[in-house]
Structure formats: structure tokens, C-alpha cells
Write a protein that binds this ligand. Structure first.
Ligand code: IPE
Ligand code: IPE
Ligand code: MG
Length: 248
């Protein structure tokens, strides 16, 4: 019987090594305060900075943050342009500290949609932080889980057509090698803020056995303490992976 590559190697430990964040609620937070949506996103970006800092001490080695989905283009020019400007500023202002703190930064998603200067900034930061090992921070930007699965299928089909792969050889591990997240284990824990109880196209391939926590807090109010609570609570989860043997 084939082993399921989607399982994290850390199942025998009780702490999550990879946490995914769906940072939702910036708009509602801003509206409640009579602020613009962009001001909500600005505050949201600051929250991510706080969470990143405490990951190493909690044993979280991989943090994947959903910043912009393939569907978020529907929001109209003002918000989309504001968000793109914010990414630019965030990368500009945070790069040095992130690199100095030993954090490795990766971006997943379709970056061809962005202008060359932003793409260059992203590549430079990935390069500058390449050998860091305190935490791998992955920012999902213009990311969609379905888009990723299409790309995985295309890559595998290309290999098969070129004669490098037989159809019978295609299994989960072959597909997984072509996922955007091939360099890390699947997330054991996903946290979505703002009370919405959906996954909204985030890491569809990878969440097969993730624990998913829906927190009512709006993202700009999400604190490192709250994050820690969810990480610590994970310890009590009983993960069976389809079996009847209880694994904690
Ligand atoms: C999440 O906050 C950030 C992005 C999707 C870019 P929202 O902007 O979706 O906030 P709400 O859901 O409207 O409150
Ligand atoms: C999910 O939030 C995407 C990000 C947090 C980047 P959305 O606000 O886009 O999700 P929906 O539209 O409520 O499902
Ligand atoms: Mg939202």
C-alpha cells in the first residue's frame, strides 16, 4: 500500500511545524472604525509581523500566510492597487529585519500578474534570505489552490508527453513534487480569522488532514497570544488520518 505523502512528518510530535493563516477581516475591522479598507490592510500587515516573530520560540518552522487570492482581483482597482502598493512597501520596509532575524521568505502564487519591479523585489528577498533557517515564511500572493492544482497537472502532463514519466508512475508524491509548497510539509494547522468558516481556495491540495481553526477575531486584532493559544491547543488534537489508532 502506498504511503500518503500529504501527511506531515511531524505527526508523532504534538506541536504543529507548519501553520497556515487565512488573514481575513481587515475590511470589516476598518469599517467598524470608519477607516478605509486599505487602512485595515495596513494594520493587518503589522499583525503578521508580530506573529512571525514568535514562531521560532513556539517551534513553528513554516508559516504560510494568505495575502491575496486569485479571486481578490474582483475587488476593484482602488483596493487592488492599494494592496499591491502595500506589498511593495511591506517588502521594502520588512526585508532587512526579516533577513537579519534569520527568516527565509518565499512567495507562492502567480507572480506574472504583477509589474516587474515588484517581481524583482520578491525575487531579491527570496535570494537574500535563501540560506536562513529560523522560520520559512511563505506569502501566498495571487494564490489559488485550484490554480496550483492546474499547474501541478500541467507540469506532470508535460513530463509525461516528453517521455520522462509513464502515466502509471503518476501518484501523490509525483504530483506533490510539483506543488508550490514542495519544500515543506503539509500544514498541520490552519487558522482563519473573522468568523468565516470556509477555506476560500487556500492550500486545497495540502489541507487534506489539517486541523482547521476558525477564530471570530478580525485579523487586525489577532495577537501573538491568540496565535500561541491555537498552537498550544493543537497539542490536544487527536489525529487519526483515517485509521482507528489514535495519534496525538
Ligand atoms: C483579508 O481581509 C485580506 C484580503 C483578502 C486581501 P478582507 O479584506 O477580506 O476583510 P473583510 O473580509 O472584507 O472584512
Ligand atoms: C480569503 O479571504 C483570502 C485572503 C485572506 C487573502 P477573502 O475575504 O477573499 O475570502 P471570501 O471572499 O470571504 O471567501
Ligand atoms: Mg474577507
Amino acid at each position: 500500500m502506498k504511503t500518503n505523502v500529504a501527511l506531515s512528518p511531524s505527526v508523532t510530535k504534538n506541536m504543529p511545524t507548519h501553520v497556515g493563516l487565512v488573514m481575513d477581516g481587515n475590511g470589516r475591522w476598518a469599517k467598524q472604525r470608519g477607516l478605509s479598507r486599505i487602512e485595515g490592510h495596513q494594520r493587518g500587515a503589522e499583525r503578521l509581523r508580530d506573529i512571525v516573530k514568535i514562531c521560532p520560540e513556539l517551534g513553528v518552522q513554516f508559516l504560510t500566510a494568505f495575502a491575496f487570492s486569485t479571486e481578490n482581483w474582483k475587488r476593484g482597482d482602488e483596493e487592488v492597487n492599494g494592496l499591491v502598493d502595500l506589498f511593495r512597501k511591506y517588502i521594502g520596509s520588512e526585508s532587512r529585519e526579516l533577513v537579519e532575524k534569520g527568516i527565509k521568505i518565499k512567495f507562492i502564487g502567480n507572480r506574472t500578474a504583477f509589474d516587474q519591479s515588484l517581481v524583482d523585489q520578491m525575487c531579491q528577498l527570496e535570494l537574500a534570505s535563501h540560506s536562513n533557517d529560523k522560520l520559512v515564511l511563505t506569502i501566498a500572493i495571487n494564490y489559488g489552490g485550484r490554480d496550483e492544482i492546474v499547474k501541478m497537472a500541467q507540469a506532470v502532463a508535460t513530463q509525461a508527453l516528453a517521455g520522462h514519466l509513464n502515466v502509471e508512475q503518476i501518484d501523490e508524491s509525483v504530483l506533490n513534487k510539483h506543488s508550490f509548497t514542495h519544500y515543506m510539509p503539509d500544514p498541520e494547522l490552519i487558522i482563519r480569522t473573522s468568523g468565516e468558516t470556509r477555506i476560500s481556495n487556500f492550500l486545497l491540495w495540502q489541507v487534506a488532514y489539517s486541523e482547521i481553526v476558525f477564530d471570530d477575531v478580525l485579523w487586525p486584532e489577532f495577537t501573538p497570544e491568540r496565535f500561541k493559544e491555537h498552537v498550544v491547543n493543537f497539542e490536544h488534537k487527536i489525529r487519526r488520518f483515517g485509521s482507528i489508532t489514535m495519534k496525538v
